[in-house]
Design a binder for this molecule. Structure first.
Ligand SMILES: NC(=O)C1=CN([C@@H]2O[C@H](COP(=O)(O)OP(=O)(O)OC[C@H]3O[C@@H](n4cnc5c(N)ncnc54)[C@H](O)[C@@H]3O)[C@@H](O)[C@H]2O)C=CC1
Ligand SMILES: O=C(O)CCC(=O)C(=O)O
Length: 531
């Protein structure tokens, strides 16, 4: 059955067409962004949800979304999506980080011009037939200092445009390297220095615990008299009441805001103050940007739903379609290794160690980690997937560590998974043969070569005669067909293991018969998702 996607915000029709062209069933219901109850009542029908900012993908919506696999945000900010709730439920959240960045940077520049020359008020006055030529005295941008807070994708473009306007551009961003600052032609400064030196301050940071309220009463006091402030990033970065006071006192000469603490903003302390330019979150509102983000989100969501390729996900490493093809067998192997460990381990895990040896260590290890941990966690929670596994493991206090090694031994590459509990360490290693089939090659340090089947039987015993006969005879007498039989031992007369690939699960009475022989230390049926 074709995957089904709901578009619940005003996305360009391009998105709908792309979903259809890719063979995805799509319902275009932009009114649902404002109708929470309706969204809640139908969301369980969909594999994908495509949104802009009106739809709020809250914990409640996510809990009701029993089939949802991906939420695609046609835009950048994902503050309308409960990412931890989505991750825990195994839902990928992706955005389109580049599709509207130029448009938004241009809006910030337009807002800077508008506030420098009081264009909206002058326009309204002229429309009213007043011709107030002397009222609207502006300031030049050339030679002024532009302080950019947050020099990421949008802030970086604003820096370049500012330099192009012959402004002196300074930037504060803890993650801005000296090299990037040099490339952008800007001076990297600390925040207080930016406050002290800037004639215009423009914000381009996400809303986080660190950035919320960063333009506070105290910080406004550190700014140059007559500064102008532009916010086209997120509401809540600026204390609107404090800014309104500073505008009234003349400390701040003007402000231009596209985003507000509460949206849709029907009221704000900034409304109706002179020389405050406001727009209703229009940063991304150009034909070009809306085409870009609609196209990107539809392609990304289709790729994921149809091929498993992941791009621009906020809660999962990216995997290209090409990588998904090459890595497919290794992802499966990692899942199987995890499934073995998960099914064998009854006690609380403290640590998961993953070693990548040889050629596999060059692959996208984040994706393989997700698969291995998902394999482990599925043993106790079948709903876990590659997105949610690490979140759930970490929530349970399990430490995850990875090591890469150069090729050693006979295999071109292998993955080894070790789990540490209070009682013991348990490990298994596997590889992918040239036929693309994953194999187990070592359990508990004992070398084997085991094909992996849906149903398997694992036994441990002392290396004594009669084990193979007992296993074969018991299976035969009880009508369990053996597809493959693998044995291994640490050394003659010491610990030994057997892995049987059987055509159906070994029934409990048969397991009991084996245990009752007293020949086995451990008898365990295993299941692997080989589909
Ligand atoms: N008005 C609108 O319609 C739109 C608004 N946005 C918003 O614009 C903002 C910027 O977006 P992008 O440039 O795409 O994001 P980005 O992730 O490329 O850049 C954000 C930058 O902020 C920096 N940063 C993070 N914490 C910081 C802190 N405490 N102090 C200083 N810098 C800090 C990061 O290091 C990063 O370089 C976001 O809030 C986004 O939601 C994006 C698109 C449209
Ligand atoms: O979709 C929109 O209009 C808002 C864009 C935005 O804020 C974003 O992409 O972060």
């Amino acid at each position: 059955m074709a995957p089904k996607v709901l578009v619940s915000d005003k996305l360009s029709e391009t998105a709908v067409q792309i979903f259809r062209d890719r063979g995805i069933d799509v319902d275009f219901m932009p009114e649902l962004g404002k109708d929470k109850e309706k969204l809640l009542s139908i969301i369980d029908q969909y594999d994908g949800l495509a949104i802009r900012s009106a739809t709020k993908a809250t914990e409640k919506v996510i809990a009701a979304a029993t089939n949802l696999k991906v939420i695609g945000r046609a835009g950048i900010g994902v503050d309308n999506v409960d990412i931890p709730a989505a991750s825990k439920k195994g839902i990928i959240v992706m955005n389109t980080p580049f599709g509207n960045m130029i448009t938004t940077a241009e809006h910030a520049i337009a807002m800077m011009f508008a506030v420098a020359r009081q264009i909206p008020e002058a326009s309204a006055s002229t429309h009213a037939g007043k011709w107030e030529k002397s009222k609207f005295m502006g300031v030049e941008l050339t030679g002024k200092t532009l302080g950019v807070i947050g020099a990421g994708n949008i802030g970086g473009i604003v820096c370049e445009r500012g330099v192009g306007l012959k402004m002196k551009v300074i930037a504060y961003d803890p993650f801005l390297s000296e090299e990037r600052a040099e490339k952008l032609n800007v001076t990297k400064v600390e925040l207080d220095e930016l406050f002290k030196r800037s004639d215009f301050i423009t914000l381009h940071v996400p809303a986080t615990d660190k950035t919320r309220g960063m333009i506070s009463k105290e910080n406004i006091a550190k700014m140059k008299d007559g500064v102008r402030i532009i916010n086209c990033a997120r509401g809540g970065l600026v204390d609107e009441a404090a800014l309104a006071d500073a505008l009234k006192s003349g400390k701040v000469a003007g402000a231009a805001f596209d985003v507000f603490e509460v949206e849709p903003a029907t009221d704000s302390p900034l409304f109706n103050l002179p020389n405050v330019v406001v727009t209703p979150h229009l940063g991304a509102a150009t034909t070009e940007a809306q085409e870009n983000v609609a196209l990107q989100v539809a392609e990304q969501m289709s790729d994921y739903l149809l091929t498993g390729a992941v791009s621009n996900a906020l809660n999962m490493p990216s995997v290209t379609a090409e990588e998904a093809k090459v890595m497919g067998p290794w992802v499966k192997l990692s899942e199987h290794l995890g499934a073995f460990i998960g099914q064998m381990t009854d006690e609380a895990m403290k640590e998961i160690q993953i070693t990548y040896n040889g050629n596999v260590s060059q692959m996208n290890l984040e994706a393989l980690n997700c698969a291995a941990v998902a394999g482990i966690m599925k043993a106790t929670n079948p709903d876990v997937n590659m997105v949610s596994a690490q979140v759930i493991a970490k929530e349970r206090g399990v430490k995850i560590s990875t090591t890469t090694q150069d090729k050693s031994g006979v295999f071109d590459g292998y993955v080894k998974l070790t789990v540490v509990t209070d009682k013991r360490e348990r490990s298994i290693a596997g590889t992918v043969f040239s036929d693309g089939k994953p194999r187990f090659i070592q359990i508990k340090g004992i070398n084997i070569d085991a094909e992996i089947g849906e149903h398997m039987l694992y036994t441990t015993n002392e290396d004594v005669p009669g084990i193979i006969g007992t296993l074969g005879q018991t299976m035969g007498e009880n009508g369990v067909n053996i597809a493959n039989f693998t044995l291994g031992r640490s050394s003659a007369g010491k610990g030994a293991i057997a892995l049987l690939y059987v055509d159906e699960p070994v029934p409990a009475p048969v397991l009991k018969k084996l245990t009752d022989t007293g020949m086995f230390r451990q008898v365990k049926t295993l299941h692997f998702d080989v589909a």
